[in-house]
Design a protein around this ligand. Structure first.
Ligand code: CO
Length: 502
């Protein structure tokens, strides 16, 4: 960004701040009353424990050595005030398999939001779907320790940057934490001069073959852009791959990475940046679903940053890409698709639980094939059942793969569970237990494994009937239980996690 542009952006942000300062905070109370969540799955977990041995059923594989790290919101209330699911306080959980026991630790991230909710006993802050108006109060609070100022409520995912663990949410500065104690260490400041955007995906992709992580952020200003960047392993300096100008930026929770390309799949769920400044609504509620725009696939060459193709397809929405790869002139992009983004509003602002499987909850796994030379797009269903939180073996990211592991959400018709999907044969295996909701399944390979599915799948399960949680360990090939490690308390349903091997 040149200086003039940087100045314009700062001016825009100043304008935004002035507007927020004049905003009426009573509107936040109205919104808070109408929030929806399922109290069986989303509840406050106030206790923090350190290296508590878990009771084990079954036999933990002797080769499983490392730590399963999980992230997700775990506190939603202060007195009679409540925040939405997306804006609950970030809590990290660790299941440490490095000794002959499984040791469990959990700790809130010491974010500004944490100090506001825990010390100031207030929900006056701006979040993903939290009313931004009371932001001014955040600026005035005196309860935030100096070294935690600017720390975000990073409650979405976990990644490894520059040989350090970070928690991420959809704002730019990653939050560093200690893998052993889960203590918050501060913000990761990149060792580069790239002017940061205001929104960034919490789904960076690590390409094991190239030895780099790739992600993108959105720069909101009079001239908005998607900025795609890469960062080599063990480094904290990013390089810009491409900057794509955009008039109405879309909400794209994740993106596709192949050996040669980055593909931004731009759903027709877009925001007028002026609305972010003028609307006085929570961030995500400014986005509008405009299906007539269709979905645009921006195909960017990783080596040159050139946009090799922009292809328009039918409208759909997604949070998560499963994986992607290229072969010759073709790019294959696997996505968990929704008909529209209505689920966001359901979670953020609805006052009553869904009484049936709503259209907004129905997903399937689809493969989009782009033929670059013919500039054509085709679409096929790989897995027709409801799924979310898809994961593949980390060493298959951005390359051809066969297996996807996914969570099956709870609906009133069906119990929750886990899927193992064979993308090649379009067949699947499943795991489920009455009264239990498993979270995102994470594959851990057996050391020196040759088969893609030789290893274990770990999933943190909430047994909401008995109000307890356990870490489920499945044999990844057969998709049957090997063991479970009981957590010392029930853990609300979280979001994403990370396997940190030794
Ligand atoms: Co996600």
């Amino acid at each position: 960004m040149d200086n003039a542009r940087g100045f314009r952006l700062r001016k825009s942000l100043l304008f935004l701040f002035v507007l927020l300062a004049s905003c009426d905070s009573s509107s936040s109370k109205k919104q808070i009353k109408n929030l929806y969540y399922d109290p069986r799955l989303f509840f406050d977990l106030d206790s923090e424990v350190n290296r508590v041995p878990c009771a084990i059923q079954g036999k933990i594989p002797s080769w499983l050595s490392g730590t399963l790290l999980r992230n997700g919101p775990a506190k939603f209330h202060v007195g009679d005030q409540q925040v939405s699911y997306f804006d609950g306080l970030a809590m990290l959980h660790a299941f440490d398999f490095s000794s002959d026991q499984v040791l469990y630790t959990n700790r809130f991230i010491r974010s500004e939001q944490y100090y506001i909710m825990m010390d100031k006993k207030s929900v006056n802050f701006s979040g993903f779907s939290q009313d931004p108006c009371p932001k001014l109060f955040k600026e005035q609070t005196r309860f935030i320790p100096q070294d935690m100022k600017g720390i975000e409520n990073a409650d979405v995912s976990i990644q490894e940057y520059a040989d350090q663990m970070v928690a991420l949410t959809e704002v730019p500065l990653p939050v560093l934490f200690d893998t052993g104690t889960l203590d918050t260490l501060g913000a990761l400041h990149y060792n580069d001069t790239i002017p940061q955007g205001q929104w960034e995906s919490a789904h960076p992709l690590h390409d094991p073959a190239a030895g780099e992580s790739v992600n993108y952020f959105v720069r909101f200003s009079e001239k908005c852009s998607y900025v795609i960047w890469r960062m080599a392993d063990h480094q904290s300096a990013r390089q810009v791959i491409a900057e794509i100008p955009v008039q109405l930026p879309a909400y794209m929770h994740s993106f596709a990475l192949t050996e040669r390309y980055v593909v931004l799949v731009e759903f027709p769920f877009v925001v007028n940046p002026l609305d972010l400044m003028l609307n006085k609504k929570a961030f995500i509620l400014n986005y509008k679903w405009i299906p007539d725009r269709g979905t645009h696939f921006y195909v960017v060459e990783r080596s040159t940053g050139k946009v090799a193709a922009t292809i328009k397809g039918d409208p759909f929405f997604a949070f998560h890409h499963v994986n992607a790869f290229d072969q010759g002139d073709k790019i294959f992009i696997d996505v968990v698709t929704y008909l529209n983004p209505d689920l966001i509003e359901s979670i953020a602002v609805r006052s009553t639980p869904p009484m049936k499987v709503e259209k907004s909850q129905i997903t399937k796994m689809e493969r989009f094939t782009i033929d670059i030379s013919a500039q054509k797009l085709s679409r096929e269903t790989i897995f027709p059942q409801i799924l979310e939180m898809p994961r593949v073996a980390a060493n298959r990211t951005a390359s051809e793969y066969r297996y996807c592991y996914a969570h099956k959400p709870l609906t009133l018709q069906e119990q929750a569970g886990l899927h193992k999907i064979d993308v090649a044969t379009k067949t699947s295996l499943s795991w489920a237990e009455d009264g239990c909701v498993p979270g995102e399944p994470i594959f851990v390979p057996r050391p020196r494994a040759e088969d893609e599915d030789d290893g274990a799948v770990l999933s943190l399960v909430l047994d909401y009937t008995n109000k307890r949680s356990f870490l489920l360990i499945l044999d990844a090939k057969k998709f049957t239980e090997i063991a479970r490690a009981e957590a010392p308390h029930a853990i609300p349903i979280g979001i994403h996690g990370y396997w940190k091997g030794i």
